[in-house]
Design a protein. Structure first.
Length: 436
């Protein structure tokens, strides 16, 4: 059958018992609150600017839909329409998202499984708790700027400190294979003194060769401290960016190896937990100078992100509000909140999301926002359990299995709008009538 490939991919229940996608399907039928329909309100901003949506705009093109079966939403100009899953989009149509029905529940997913499909962004201001619990790996978007959550440390247990690692700069450099004793007459290119010092080895941190190949670790650290200008902020907060050699342009490593020991090349302040590490996600090579890591301690304050001078992470861009968003540490969790910003605070959706009846969410795709609210089935067969007790922990394999299952088992049907009814293709209607 279409799901035979999924039966080999296990997942786990809260008790640690492995189950397959068929069992997940059974859980959906027996435990999840069933939804009879989804109320969808689309709002489209007339301007097409950097995939932004103006949440303060007064003139938006708004439409309302009631969805009872699987559907794909497509935008053409400012008009949004819902199509059956097998219907071809109109010429120039821009697929937005897919609303898939499975086992009495509705799921939100990308319009197409390919990477060319528009990315879905969860609107933080419209969440029921007015905030989003951050997890490592989350990508958040403020205006047109993106940050990746690299590290979250909630307590001082274990003595964890920020891992200052970026993609190409995390590799470790170190002392050259010749022993330090063999380098007694070798010059340091900064201080011009011969040989290694006590607890100050000669290292080769870049691709320079010849008489400028070696440098004292202490000399290089002193030079880097002057370039980074690390501040003495409360709790040990700072901004770290990788530096490159001024001669060969190679990026200096984050860590160096001296024998069997690994030590940070840059001496940074001790950061008091709880703290968060955010990575600037640079959009093009011209902004490479702004790439780096924001290390912020939340022990005594709330992290502020915005354009204002009082912000802990300051972003000088017109798409950013003065106080755009905040991150606070509450009851063991890092919570991202929007501060009624003009262009919104968003979090990237990494996997299909279940629509829980009675809870509304908003998804942004460029200049269009879809607000979705599942309506509970008035005659459920089984009393639903709380959602937090229903879904087992997921892995990358489980997420792929879920997406494939939604693609193979989604059904299509009628979609009623404020201006009429969009019907499924005749062949699908005949199949539904025969099934009935």
């Amino acid at each position: 059958g279409p799901n035979s490939s999924l039966a080999r991919i296990p997942t786990h229940t809260a008790a640690g018992r492995a189950v397959g996608p068929a069992a997940i399907s059974g859980m959906a039928r027996s435990n999840l609150a069933t939804a009879s329909a989804v109320q969808v309100v689309s709002s489209t901003w007339a301007r097409d600017s950097h995939d932004l949506f103006d949440f303060e705009a007064h003139h938006l093109h708004t439409q309302t839909f009631t969805v009872q079966r699987s559907v794909v939403f497509v935008r053409n100009g400012t008009e949004v329409q819902g199509l059956g899953e097998r219907e071809a989009p109109p010429p120039g149509g821009d697929p937005l998202l897919r609303l898939a029905q499975r086992d009495g529940a509705f799921w939100v997913d990308r319009a197409m499984p390919s990477n060319s499909s528009k990315k879905l962004w969860l609107v933080v201001r419209d969440l029921a708790a007015s905030g989003h619990r951050l997890a490592e790996g989350d990508v958040m978007k403020l205006g047109r700027f993106k940050f990746r959550v690299k590290q979250l440390v909630a307590s001082a247990c274990g003595g964890q400190q920020p891992e200052l690692r970026l993609d190409e700069s995390g590799l470790a450099g170190g002392a050259d294979p010749p022993s330090q004793a063999d380098l007694a007459s070798t010059l340091c290119r900064i201080c011009l003194l011969e040989g290694p010092g006590e607890d100050d080895p000669l290292i080769t941190p870049c691709q320079c060769r010849g008489s400028i190949e070696y440098v004292h670790l202490g000399c290089l650290r002193h030079w880097i401290r002057g370039r980074l200008n690390l501040s003495d902020a409360p709790g040990g907060s700072y901004f770290y960016r990788p530096l490159a050699c001024e001669l060969c342009k190679a990026v200096y490593p984050t860590y160096i190896h001296n024998g069997r020991e690994r030590a940070p090349l840059v001496e940074v302040p001790w950061t008091q937990p709880p703290f968060i590490v955010l990575e600037n996600m640079v959009r093009d090579s011209q902004q490479h100078a702004t790439r780096g890591l924001h290390v912020i301690s939340l022990a005594e304050k709330v992290l502020k992100l915005g354009r204002g001078h009082e912000s802990d992470v300051r972003i000088a861009d017109v798409s950013i509000s003065r106080c755009h968003a905040t991150v606070r540490f509450c009851r063991g969790h890092f919570v991202l909140e929007d501060n009624n910003s003009k262009f919104g605070t968003l979090v990237a959706m990494k996997k299909p999301r279940l629509l829980e009846p009675g809870t509304a969410i908003s998804i942004q795709m460029g200049r269009t926002v879809l607000s979705l609210s599942a309506q509970a089935d008035p005659n459920p067969a089984v009393q639903a359990a709380p959602l937090s007790q229903q879904l087992p922990p997921s892995s990358a394999q489980d997420e792929r299995a879920l997406r494939l299952s939604l693609l193979t088992r989604g059904s299509t049907g009628n979609l009623s709008t404020g201006t009429g009814t969009v019907n499924a293709p005749p062949d699908q209607q005949n199949q539904q009538n025969e099934a009935a």
